[in-house]
Design a protein around this ligand. Structure first.
Ligand code: GRG
Length: 303
């Protein structure tokens, strides 16, 4: 699917699920037999849990908007989803958010056990690295580009991104955060990987620096908007619709955008960020049909 201005978010997400789930399922089969036993089965379980695949859709759309055309980009999309899956498996552990339900199914530690789920999370990170390298090779990308892509993905997953944000989030339970601190938490724990998804698409397409930079700015704004929308859904949605426990933020006494701005204020801020995200693309002359549709979805989604 080229960057079609008419593509709807539903089309783009269906495509992302179709393409990345097929590959993730192949990785699941391989890991199940390579690792074996309970841990192999748990790795396959985690990789096959049915996510929305928003990050994969962003990789595909950013790639096409930067002129990319190789079908091997699916390996990059699935590598990002693998890092995301690791973060969900660990986020649900008793030492973090301690949750029983994820993607409409028992969390990995509930289905298996805590040591197995802990191992699964750790094992998924090198899987993502190996598959990112394989995809870059299949696309014929130069080693320096792969290096840049790996740095982008794993920096986003580390102390400057997801781990750092999650750490701040855990430390902030039962404390009231002011808006600037809350932005740091959200940009790190959720926004960094979403931003990286957009940049990775641009890098894999070997887009010019101005395009990759615009994709990064787009990703930064929608990454923050994504977590604000998540705060709203946690406060207003049901567990059945979300596939995870609703109202968890209140139970854990977390600071959220809803707590600071109220539901309507949080929604308005997410919408403002989605508009700002698309403006970054327009400023740099990057086609924004598909990415704009995904930005709209991110702030209006109901799960
Ligand atoms: C060691 C402190 C430390 C951290 C480890 C666990 C972890 C790293 C980070 C957690 C990051 C996290 C889970 C952030 C929440 C991101 C989020 C809003 C997830 C939900 O994303 P969706 O809605 O989920 O795209 P699906 O299921 O559709 O993929």
């Amino acid at each position: 699917m080229p960057d079609a201005p008419s593509a709807t978010a539903d089309d783009l997400l269906a495509e992302a699920r179709d393409r990345s789930d097929t590959l993730l399922s192949q990785w699941a089969d391989r890991l199940d037999s390579e690792v074996g036993g309970r841990t192999g089965a748990a790795l396959a379980y985690a990789l096959r849990t049915p996510g929305k695949r928003v990050r994969a859709a962003l990789v595909f759309s950013a790639y096409r908007s930067a002129g990319g055309a190789s079908s091997a980009i699916v390996g990059v999309a699935a590598a990002v989803e693998t890092v995301h899956t690791y973060s969900l498996v660990h986020d649900d552990l008793p030492c973090m958010d301690d949750d029983d339900l994820r993607r409409g199914r028992p969390t990995t530690h509930r289905q298996f056990d805590v040591p197995t789920a802990t191992r699964v999370g750790w094992l998924l990170v090198p899987v993502a690295a190996r598959e990112l390298a394989a995809a870059a090779e299949e696309m014929g990308l130069p080693p320096a580009t792969l290096g840049h892509m790996a740095e982008t993905l794993f920096q986003a997953g580390g102390i400057e991104g997801m781990v750092g944000g999650q750490w701040l989030d855990l430390a902030a339970e039962r404390r009231s955060l002011a808006l600037p601190e809350l932005m740091d938490v959200h940009r790190g724990k959720t926004g960094a990987l979403i931003r990286a998804s957009c940049i990775l698409g641009g890098l894999a397409a070997e887009g010019p620096p101005s395009v990759v930079q615009a994709l990064g700015k787009f990703g930064e704004d929608i990454g923050l908007a994504f977590q604000i929308a998540d705060d709203v859904l946690d406060a207003t949605g049901t567990s059945a619709a979300l596939g995870k426990t609703a109202g968890r933020d209140a139970q854990l006494a977390k600071s959220t955008y809803v707590g600071v701005l109220g539901v309507e204020g949080a929604r308005a801020e997410a919408e403002r960020l989605a508009r700002s995200a698309v403006a970054h693309l327009a400023d740099a002359g990057v086609p924004s049909g598909a990415l704009g549709a995904l930005a709209g979805y991110i702030v209006t989604r109901n799960s």
